[in-house]
Design a protein around this ligand. Sequence first.
Ligand code: SF4
Length: 324
Amino acid sequence: MVNVVDTLAGKRPATEKLRHPEKAHRPDKPVARKPAWIRVKAPGSPVYAETQKIVRDNKLVTVCEEAGCPNIGECWSKKHSTFMIMGDTCTRACAFCNVATGKPLPLDPAEPENVAIAVEKLGLSHVVVTSVDRDDLDDGGAAHIAATIRAIRATSPATTIEVLTPDFLKKDGALEIVVAAKPDVFNHNLETVPGNYLTVRPGARYFHSIRLLQRVKELDAEIFTKSGIMVGLGEERNEVLQLMDDLRSADVDFITIGQYLQPTKKHHEVTHFVTPEEFKSYETVAYTKGFLMVSSSPLTRSSHHAGEDFERLRAARAAKLGKA
Ligand code: SF4
């Protein structure tokens, strides 16, 4: 995602260590000019400032800021933000991602409560909680994610909860801990087609991620499952269609498809900008393959409009069950 506005300016200390040490030696890749159809709302409304204050006061990290999400002006003006728990430093180093990499700090035991307080203050009807990858922890952070779900449930029982989790690779039993906490939506992003994994998502395994999503449904069929990809990373259309089939084989309900935007000249380049018409075509094909919900547009992100989408997802399942 692109740093349209550096909303972290002033938050970072002047002495901050290098954000992407593993990428520093890479040759520069010029950041392509965005096409006319990628337009975003600038941050700055009073509600945006209120959301920012609640995030700061509760010492929370958001993926909206850390990833430099282009939708932050729109989302925060509606008090919608995505909390990123377990710190601001990731143990993976994906080629597209703007989240800082390195050795993370120990978990903050107060964080689940602080997230719950912020959810209550913001009055959210639906919340998305994501995290950095924590390969350094025995359970990959599963117990911390589950504790956050429970803390939100305790203070905001009417709020529906969506988690966007790491892949818990080589963390036996971790997924089961998260599923037992009963999030309403379990989201895990494939990010890109399998042929790109070595260059784009080198620490992950495509079929492990597919199996993770499938296992959620096996453990608890009530939980909605969701996964997303970015396009513009060198994939071919046929590969995207195959990926849709793989997700449907794992009984995934909801797919999101958005344009990849290059955060800095050290990140993976944008190979092409997918037109709004091509996004629409992906949406049509995805519905024919049986997804309950599809969000496919240049600015689609996993958590964009997640609340409204959850309502539609629930209605789509009810309609399907009614027909069955
Ligand atoms: S789309 Fe998601 S990550 Fe981006 S600003 Fe909105 S809530 Fe935050």
